[in-house]
Design a binder for this molecule. Structure first.
Ligand SMILES: [Zn+2]
Length: 710
């Protein structure tokens, strides 16, 4: 806030604060005039009870105002008057005065909006100057009302040092007096909320007249340097929590009168930096191009970092993703160009352009993401932009919605206190952590990927069970096998959140099932934003979903082995449903499954439960899925492949929830029936489904898992 003085009889008197004369001194304030002024005082430091000492004032010279400093002397006063300034009513200005405390006028410096003024009068005084040991008076003088200030004052401060250029720049950049680093404050009356307390002496100023509270100029435009574009933030007089921020040309700057909070920042030609050395980053920094840096809409061209860790040197570009961190973009609305044609190894999506509804995303914190509205193909690039300027200086950009290992940690933290969530055997007593990925480095550069948690948790209502008295079924949910398929993790998180939402269906699921959840099988690959792999040293070419028993490169990856063993430890591999959540970038939502009656019924239920999308079923089969179906006889074993083409995170939730509901539907339909036939002891439980052929024909259709349940 600021205080408004009427120019008639308003002023504020403080008891003696500091004696400027004889030592270094600086004074600063922000002011805006409400009328074409005559001679008016900003500050009078009295000598003794009422004599003039130091006066910092607005001097009227034949109707033109200059800034002036007078240090009274018994014999001759020090005078320094600036040339007249074309001061505009209702525009905020920064005023800074510095003085060495002695009688030479040349050591008085007057700065307006950061620029030292030219002087029309510089008259040296004669020692001794007057004592300057009396009251400090703001906006007038005690002896009469002939010099009262008419306008607003804010950030009124003084120091017993001469402010350096850097310190003056801080004040001009909007910092209040208390934040001018390295300078010793002697007076700090910011008039916040109309309060007149000097934060240094803690003395309240005595108000004369009736100074009014007015909006504070948070950052003052350097009015003498009006080239360029300004960002203005205006909050309504009732302190609306939703400020309006706009970019305006110099001539369109809004005056600050009447605003509760008002901020104007010159959009200087800042340097924009692009980085990718953070969790989930993936940008070829050496190829970044930035044009029109100083404009509101710089053009930023981006290429993904070379990353060849899977299936030879030419991974399919449709799985590739790019993420970077920008700094220096507050107040800017950049246009981004993503390479489409340099397909191997690092184009984003590929020639022909992105699908119609695919967009890039931005975030200020990597937690909350917003979609950039506009996308089109321009030459060899996908050109993407938003509709408004960024409001923070640091912005994350990603070509798909990132789901990073840190989100798994925070989500687990958020749910672990729920009464139905517990540590399964694999992470019992280990804070839900069953292992860690090994420290490694990213592909394409040497950035260290830290060791990252492998997390497991169990969700079930242990106070209840299936109404037919059979044992609870066990379901295993995994995601994050493939580094670039964040969609799977969003689906799994939605599935878990659905389980915990206390709905009728969720409570039936918690009654009938034990869910064993492994939300991020490949955290290092995700951290390094790899294509599919884990970045495990020596095994960078191995796809995690080929590493399960029976896969083309099985048993090489530490994280897959650890997860497989954790599942075995937690469930005894007596599993009724295994769901592996993945993602695809091009296609619509899909369920990969081996065509059999249970899997097909499940896909039908997912479709029935999905309110928007048609979920395609594919006879392609993920390797983990195949392993649990064939080697361990799991009745329902599917891989969910969520599309990357979404308009919000909630679309992933639709698929995750549809899968949860479909699982319940299939249970209700009796697909996971538990036979009353007692087989325990009738024969040894075989390890291979093929051995079921030894059992009587009527049992052949019953999977091993079902037998375990009986
Ligand atoms: Zn995948």
């Amino acid at each position: 806030m600021a205080l408004s003085f009427d120019g008639i009889n308003d002023r504020i008197d403080y008891p003696s604060v500091h004696t400027p004369v004889g030592g270094p001194f600086s004074f600063a304030c922000r002011f805006s005039l409400s009328a074409a002024s005559e001679n008016e005082y900003f500050l009078l430091v009295e000598s003794g009870v009422s004599d003039f000492g130091l006066t910092i004032w607005l001097r009227d010279d034949a109707g033109q105002q200059g800034l002036a400093v007078t240090c009274s002397g018994a014999n001759a006063s020090v005078l320094r008057y600036s040339a007249p300034q074309a001061l505009v009513i209702d525009i905020w200005y920064d005023l800074i005065v510095t003085w060495d405390g002695n009688s030479s006028a040349s050591n008085i410096h007057i700065y307006l909006n950061g620029t030292e003024l030219n002087y029309v009068t510089s008259t040296d005084g004669a020692a001794p100057l007057r004592a300057q040991d009396g009251n400090w008076i703001i906006a007038g003088r005690a002896i009469d009302n002939l010099r009262n200030f008419s306008g607003r004052l804010a950030d009124v401060g003084a120091w017993n040092v001469i402010l350096s250029e850097a310190q003056r720049a801080m004040f001009n950049a909007g910092q209040p007096p208390a934040r001018i680093q390295g300078a010793s404050l002697v007076f700090d009356a910011r008039f916040v909320g109309g309060n007149t307390i000097d934060a240094v002496t803690l003395n309240s100023g005595l108000k004369y007249g009736n100074p009014q509270t007015f909006g504070h100029p948070t950052n003052i435009v350097a009015i003498n340097s009006l080239a360029g574009t300004f960002r203005q933030t205006v909050v309504s007089s009732n302190d609306s929590p939703l400020p309006s921020t706009v970019n305006v040309a110099a001539g369109a700057i809004l005056p600050s009168n009447g605003q509760s909070v008002f901020s104007t920042v010159l959009q200087v030609a800042s340097s924009i930096t692009v980085e990718d050395n953070f969790e989930g980053g993936n940008t070829d920094i050496g190829r970044v191009q930035i044009a029109n840096t100083s404009s509101v809409s710089p053009l930023i061209t981006l290429y993904a970092r070379p990353n060849r860790n899977i299936e030879g040197n030419s991974p399919s570009q449709i799985y590739y993703s790019l993420a970077c961190r920008l700094t220096g973009v507050s107040g800017k609305a950049p246009t981004f160009r993503f390479n489409l044609t340099d397909e191997n190894p690092n184009s984003i999506y590929g020639a022909g352009g992105w699908p119609a509804d695919w967009r890039a995303w931005f975030s200020y914190d990597q937690l909350s993401w917003q979609r950039l509205s506009n996308s089109s193909v321009v030459g060899n690039f996908q050109e993407v932009s938003g509709d408004s300027v960024f409001t923070e200086d640091t912005v994350y950009i990603a070509t798909r919605l990132p789901y990073n290992p840190s989100r798994v940690n925070s989500h687990t933290d958020a749910i672990m206190t729920n009464s139905v969530v517990s540590e399964p055997a694999s992470s019992l007593g280990k804070n839900f952590i069953y292992g860690q990925s090994a420290t490694t480095t990213r592909d394409g550069d040497g950035v260290v990927v830290p060791a990252l948690n492998l997390i497991s948790y169990r969700i079930s209502n242990d106070a209840s069970g299936p109404i037919d008295g059979t044992l609870k079924r066990k379901a295993v949910l995994i995601s994050g096998q493939h580094a670039s398929e964040d969609q799977g993790n969003w689906q799994l998180e939605a599935f878990v959140n659905f389980l915990l939402n206390d709905s009728v269906i969720a409570n039936e699921l918690l009654r009938d099932w034990e869910f064993f959840v492994y939300p991020m099988v490949n955290p290092s690959g995700r951290w390094g934003n790899a294509y599919r792999g884990t970045l495990q040293e020596g095994q960078r070419g191995v796809d995690p979903n080929r590493d399960w028993p029976g896969g083309s490169a099985s048993g090489r990856l530490q994280v897959v082995s650890a997860t497989r063993l954790a599942i075995e430890q937690d469930t005894g591999n007596r599993i009724t449903a295994f769901i592996d959540f993945h993602g695809r970038l091009r296609e619509t939502d899909s369920i990969f499954r081996f065509p059999n009656s249970i899997n097909d019924s499940f896909v039908q239920s997912v479709n029935a439960r999905h309110p928007v999308n048609s979920v395609v079923s594919s006879a392609a089969e993920g390797i983990a899925e195949t392993y649990y179906r064939t080697a361990l006889g799991v009745p329902l074993s599917v891989t969910s492949e969520g599309s990357a083409v979404v308009t919000s995170v909630s679309e992933y939730a639709l698929l995750g929830e549809a899968i949860a509901k479909a699982l319940n539907d299939c249970f209700r339909e009796g697909l996971f029936h538990s036979h009353s036939l007692s087989v325990s002891g009738a024969f040894q439980v075989p390890n291979q489904l093929a051995n079921v052929g030894n059992v009587e024909n009527q049992l052949a259709q019953i999977s091993i898992a079902e037998l375990w349940l009986s």
